[in-house]
Design a protein around this ligand. Structure first.
Ligand SMILES: [Ca+2]
Ligand SMILES: [Ca+2]
Ligand SMILES: [Ca+2]
Length: 82
C-alpha cells in the first residue's frame, strides 16, 4: 500500500460494478465501469494497463456526461472488489 496514493472524490460511496471487461483476454479483469451513487449511471472508470490485476488509471466522471473530469494514476483509493 502506497501512503502517497491520491484519493479521488466520487459521486457516492458505493461500488456498483456495471461492467467488467478483460480487454487483453489474459483471463483477468482490466476494465471496470462503476456506479458509485446508485443512480445506475457509470461515473467511475478504471483500467489495469499492465495486467497485474491492480488499477493503474482511474477516471471520474462526476457529472455523468460521459467525459471524465478527473484522471489519476492508481486506483484513486477505490480498489476493485476481489
Ligand atoms: Ca452514478
Ligand atoms: Ca496494473
Ligand atoms: Ca463529466
Amino acid at each position: 500500500m502506497s501512503e502517497t496514493q491520491e484519493t479521488v472524490d466520487t459521486r457516492g460511496d458505493e461500488r456498483i460494478e456495471l461492467l467488467q471487461a478483460d480487454a487483453n483476454q489474459d483471463g483477468r479483469t482490466d476494465v471496470w465501469v462503476v456506479d458509485t451513487d446508485g443512480d445506475g449511471k457509470a461515473d467511475l472508470f478504471q483500467f489495469d494497463t499492465d495486467g497485474d490485476g491492480r488499477v493503474d488509471i482511474t477516471m471520474v466522471d462526476a457529472d455523468e456526461d460521459s467525459r471524465p473530469e478527473t484522471v489519476v494514476d492508481g486506483d484513486g483509493g477505490h480498489p476493485p472488489t476481489a
